[in-house]
Ligand binder design. Structure first.
Ligand code: CO
Length: 134
């Protein structure tokens, strides 16, 4: 059911420093910061030949990644995103398998303008999973 790895998201305490490190130290193709007020994050996309990296930084006071950075002040891997062909069919399959979908269970438009869902990390080996319809 899942397809390509769409991105790995890393929560970072200093977005400018992290973007500069990927650009200058690692020599990656780094985009400009983008505010995503609906998701409470500012995102920098890094394009690699086979996938993307998303650097996430809290935006606003009730950002969903604020607690993660409080627990991991140096930053850390926040989630992985896998592509699926039909997100509603994927959700129905996962619910039937006993997995928990976060929120109200309906897909939301994600940072790339495509429908996304998040799956509970306790059901997936401690890893928060995002599914994106590709
Ligand atoms: Co993501």
């Amino acid at each position: 059911m899942i397809g390509r790895l769409n991105h790995v998201a890393i929560a970072v305490p200093d977005l400018e420093a992290a973007a500069a490190q990927y650009r200058d130290t690692l020599g990656a193709e780094v985009g400009p910061p983008q505010d995503e007020p609906d998701h409470g994050v500012t995102v920098v996309f890094i394009t690699l030949p086979n996938t993307k990296i998303e650097l996430l930084h809290p935006l606003g006071t009730d950002s969903p990644i604020r607690g993660f950075l409080d627990k991991n002040p140096a930053g850390g891997i926040h989630h992985m995103c896998y592509e699926v062909g039909d997100i509603t069919a994927a959700r129905d399959h996962l619910l039937a398998q006993g997995a928990r979908v976060l929120g109200d269970g309906s897909p939301k438009i994600g940072a790339h303008g495509k429908p996304v869902l998040f799956l509970h990390p306790k059901d997936f080996n401690g890893c928060l999973l995002e599914l994106e319809e590709a």
